[in-house]
Structure formats: C-alpha cells, structure tokens
Design a protein around this ligand. Structure first.
Ligand code: SR1
Ligand code: MG
Length: 423
C-alpha cells in the first residue's frame, strides 16, 4: 500500500492482502500472511484499531476514518488527524523517551499508523473501574506531562523551531473544534448531541445551565484554550488514552495535539482521576472501595507533586528558550529571581488546571462523550448519585479556582462531597 492510492478503510478481511507486502509490518510480525490473525479492537470514539498477530510478533494498525465513528458519517472528520497523531508521537518520544508506543510505519494517504502492540497492558480507565491500584502511574504521567509540556514550549525550544511547530499543528482545526464545542460550550446549553442520566439529573442540569458564574468561567477557560498557544499538548489526556501494567505506563492517541495551554493536559488528566473517585461507589459491589478512593486521591496529589518537581528541575537545567532567559536572572547571580518566576508559572498552571478539570467533569456527564467510569454503573439511580457529586465538585473547582491553594484542599472537598447525599 502506498500513500498515493485513494483512501480506503481497512477491514479484518482486507488487511492482510492490503498490508501483506508492507516491509515494516512483515519485519515485525513475519511475512507469512496466511498465518496473520487480525482483530478490530477499536472502542474509542473516532478510529479503527486492529491488532495483527503473525508468526514473529504482533503490532497495532490504527486507521482514521473520514467521519466520527461514535456518531457516523453524518459527522465528517478529516483524515489528517492521523498526520497530527504521528507527529505528536514522534515529538513525545523525543521529549519523554519510552512514554509512547514505538512507531514502525506511517502512511499519510491511508491515514494509518503501524505501531507497537502493548501487551499485557490495559486501558487505565478499565483498570481503575476494576479497582486496581497501579503503583507507578502518578510518577510516570507526572513526568510525561512535565517533560512534554516544558520541552515543547518557548521555555525550552528555539523560537524558530517552536513557531514552525505551532504552524504545523495549527491546521488541526477540526479536532480543536470538537474540544471547543464538546468540552467548553455544549454541556451548558441544550446542544443536540448532549445526553445525561434522566430524569434523575434533570434538576441539577437545569441549575448548571442557569449558573451565570459557571458559564462565564467556562468561556474564560475556552478563551485560554483557544488563545494561549503555550506548548504542544497531547490534547486528549484522559484515562482512556493511557495504557498500563503494574510496572509500565504509556500514553496513546494524541490526535488532538495542538499548541495550547499547559494546564489543559494536566487538568483533563486529574479530572479523570477525580471522576474515577466519584464513580467508585457505583462499583462497590465488586469489593469495598475505601482503599481505592484513598489511592485515587493519593494519585492526584502525587501526580501534581511529580509534575511540579520535574517541571522545576527542567526550569533550572533546560531553560534555553526565549522566555525568562538566564541572562536576566542566574547569569546576574539572581537565582531567586528565576525561582520567583517559576513560582508564578506554576501558580498559573495550577489555577487554570482546576478550571479545565471542573469543566472536563461536566462534559463527561452532560455532553456527548461520556466515560465508562459512570456509564458502566447499571443502576441509574446509583449512577446519577455518583454523577451528581462529580458535577457539584466540578462546579466548585471551576468557579472557585483562584481561591483554592493546594491539591490537599481539593481532595478534602472531594472527600466531603463523597460523604454527602447528592440527590
Ligand atoms: C466526537 S469525539 C468525542 C471525544 O472523544 C475523544 O476521545 C475526545 O475526548 C473527544 O472530545
Ligand atoms: Mg482517543
């Protein structure tokens, strides 16, 4: 298959014939295509994902479709998102080595990436729903975020290189448009594709949509998202975009990558841990979840601590870009000045991440794209009660983000809301 052929979606039936002469693929799994076993395993909202096993090994073949898989061909979506995913993965590997799957082949015309099959990894969201306590995720994800966000910004890169990258990713318009609408606006009005657990949440939904302070805050955050091209973001860093074993953590699916505010990735990620926290009582029948709840709050605190520590280390050792130059501080013997500036930068990330986290919680309960943490709670009253607590939490941290000073304060609030009767 070459990039010059017209795009054609792969299928379980056609994959071996169409990719049977692909050298990169054959080198990984063996040339005997009659022995290849092909499964389609994509359970995300957008793409096809195949696992292809041969006599010598296995790979993942991911292919974009020209529409949103979750909705169908009534919602066209450009294939070029595969190009952005490929380029984001190569940058993430360079900036945070070992944190993403290895790439073996990319075909822009067919919008497909052949990459490492991660096994026995599972999706982090699934692991958390099962009540598994992964020991390394906070460290691994905290390091990933600090390294990719710092090293993709004007704190580290040469201005010319960052601007070239900014121009490259600026074309990821349609994927940004999804986030701009689905995350920042749709949850707060009666948008066509919205859904929520009804009638249990109807009252609360009406209250949130009439909440002026919340809507203004959501739009201020959208403004930051759209206008603050600070660094190359993953762009969709939730627990469904992370694969884990007890030892290893890998980030996948950066097709939403673009230049945006550092706090967006951190906020979206932490929101997914807090949602997992509020969903645990819906999964309690499979075991008492008090320890799991404590673990999840611990993970948020540790992730933020690791992020801060690594970001600070990079600030002191790799601040080679045009922002906060060493010539203004350390080179004049003013180490304290550089620390003061670092404090401001981290404070801004903290304040904004709380806002992004709050609205990410809202959109997963009120918008189109829900998450399995809540969706797999079959009892609708129980699900609604978990969701109501999360909504209340999200509203509080988004609206009061400038008055909240520590992750311990946020986690104490989560624990308090969890104790309350929600509906
Ligand atoms: C129409 S796409 C819905 C969601 O799926 C992706 O994973 C992103 O989170 C997006 O917002
Ligand atoms: Mg995805």
């Amino acid at each position: 298959m070459t990039g010059k052929l017209p795009f054609e979606a792969l299928s379980v039936e056609t994959l071996s014939t169409r990719l049977g002469t692909n050298e990169a693929l054959c080198a990984k799994i063996g040339q005997d295509t009659s022995a290849w076993k092909v499964r389609e395993v994509g359970d995300g909202n957008l793409n096809l994902v195949f696992i292809v096993e041969g006599t010598e090994g296995a790979v993942v073949v991911k292919q974009a479709l020209p529409y949103v898989r979750l909705v169908g061909d009534s919602w066209p979506l450009p294939l070029k998102r595969s190009f952005f995913e490929y380029h984001a993965l190569t940058r993430q590997e360079a900036r945070a080595p070992g944190s993403v799957p290895a790439i073996y082949y990319f075909d822009e015309g067919q919008a497909l990436i052949i990459m490492e099959y991660l096994s026995p990894h599972m999706i982090l969201r699934r692991a958390l729903i099962e009540g598994r306590q992964l020991p390394n995720i906070a460290r691994d994800i905290g390091l990933f975020m600090a390294r990719t966000l710092f090293r993709g910004s004007d704190l580290h890169m040469a201005a010319r290189d960052r601007k070239a990258d900014l121009a490259l990713f600026a074309d990821n318009v349609e994927l940004c448009d999804i986030t701009e609408n689905l995350v920042f606006s749709d949850p707060y009005f009666d948008a066509k594709l919205n859904r929520h657990t009804s009638p249990q949440l109807d009252g609360l939904v009406a209250e949130l949509r009439a909440d002026r302070d919340l809507k203004v805050e959501a739009q201020r955050l959208k403004h930051i998202f759209a206008a603050n091209a600070e660094t190359l973001l993953h762009g969709d860093l939730h627990s469904g975009s992370i694969m884990v074993t007890d030892q290893e953590t890998r980030m996948i699916d950066p097709e939403f990558a673009f230049y945006g505010p550092m706090a967006f990735d951190v906020g979206m990620l932490l929101a997914n841990f807090w949602m997992s926290f509020f969903s645990q009582s819906g999964h309690e029948q499979t075991g008492a979840r008090d320890a799991m709840r404590a673990y999840l709050l611990g993970v948020t605190a540790e992730t933020w601590a690791v992020f801060r520590a690594e970001f600070s280390l990079l600030w002191r050792s790799e601040r080679t870009g045009m922002l906060y130059q060493k010539s203004l501080f350390e080179d004049q013997g003013d180490r304290l000045g550089a620390e003061q500036a670092l404090d401001h930068v981290l404070h801004q990330i903290w304040t904004d991440l709380l806002g992004f986290a709050g609205i990410e919680v809202h959109r997963r309960i009120l918008g189109l794209a829900h998450n399995a943490d809540f969706e797999t709670i079959a009892d609708e009253d129980l699900r609604a009660s978990c969701e109501a607590k999360a909504l209340k939490f999200g509203r509080h941290i988004a609206v009061n983000r400038r008055q909240i000073h520590s992750i311990e304060e946020v986690n104490a609030l989560a624990a308090l809301i969890e104790q309350e009767n929600s509906l």
